[in-house]
Design a protein around this ligand. Structure first.
Ligand code: HPA
Length: 265
């Protein structure tokens, strides 16, 4: 039995066998929702191979249960490329999600904005992304499936439903392109200007490898950024992880409203 099938069995033994309809991955400072799920919380430390979630602001547990009447699997924290140098650090958790029978994933993250009309506290639905660092979580994957198409990586149906949910909640949900930087150092002002020229609206250090892996595994996905700061050089405020965690709650309440409405349908 594969490692992901073994872990899926362990999770089913603890949390019940019904497949989650949605997976949710919560970004820095956005972990509150995982405590709202009625169900079973499994610490990552009980799931061999899951990330140790060494980034503060994350809640290292998988919660399986009900939220707004839907069966969900909520990842309270993620592994980033910059923690290990492995772009496929989230492969096992995503394989487990697929092995549980889940086929749809909503990802969230904290991000820096490149647009004056997206100040800290704004929400941005990813219309697309740019991965220019030469990194890819499927490097080394031997199967032909590695040539995964990315044309519809950000699923049109899920995005429309998120936009509808935001409108119903009177929450502004902008759309834009997310540029993946490896981190962990933040960008230089020149890198931010370059990302802007290349068509990006926001920058961050996560999500993109997870979307590539999810498409490889056959999951439909969509992602929302909570803007915590303007990109380097675009404002006078200092950028730091502390600042990101402090600013995330500004957008997190709106994000929760949108996600709850999305699930309620
Ligand atoms: N850059 C990269 N990642 C981030 C930022 C940023 O400005 N803000 C939050 N995550």
């Amino acid at each position: 039995m594969s490692k992901s099938d073994e872990l899926a069995r362990l999770i089913r033994d603890r949390a019940g066998g019904q497949p989650p309809e949605y997976g949710l991955i919560l970004g820095s400072g956005l972990g509150h929702l995982s405590s709202q799920v009625q169900g079973t919380a499994i610490p990552y430390s009980d799931l061999p191979g899951f990330p140790h979630a060494g980034v503060s602001g994350h809640v290292p547990q998988l919660v399986i249960g009900e939220l707004e009447g839907r069966r969900v699997a909520v990842f309270g924290g993620r592994a980033h490329y910059y923690e290990s140098g492995r772009a496929d650090a989230m492969r096992l958790p995503l394989e487990v999600l697929a092995a549980l029978g889940c086929r749809q994933l909503i990802l969230t993250n904290a991000a820096g904005s490149l647009r004056a009309d997206l100040p800290p506290g704004s929400l941005m639905l990813l219309s697309d992304h740019i991965a220019m660092g030469g990194l890819n979580p499927l490097i080394g994957e031997p199967s032909e499936a590695r040539f995964v198409p990315m044309t519809d990586a950000h699923d049109a149906g899920l995005r429309q439903r998120l936009l509808d949910a935001a409108r119903a909640e009177a929450v502004d949900l902008a759309q834009g392109v997310y540029f993946w930087f490896s981190g962990p150092s933040l960008e230089t002002p020149a890198e931010i200007r370059a990302a802007k020229v290349l068509g990006a609206d926001a920058v961050g250090m996560s999500t993109v490898p997870e979307i590539i892996l999810s498409r490889f595994l056959g999951l439909r996905c969509a992602a929302i950024s909570v803007i915590t700061n303007m990109g380097a050089g675009l404002s006078d405020e200092a950028i730091s992880h502390e600042h990101t965690k402090a600013m995330a709650p500004l957008g997190a309440a709106k994000l929760e409203q949108v996600l709850r409405r999305f699930l309620r349908g």
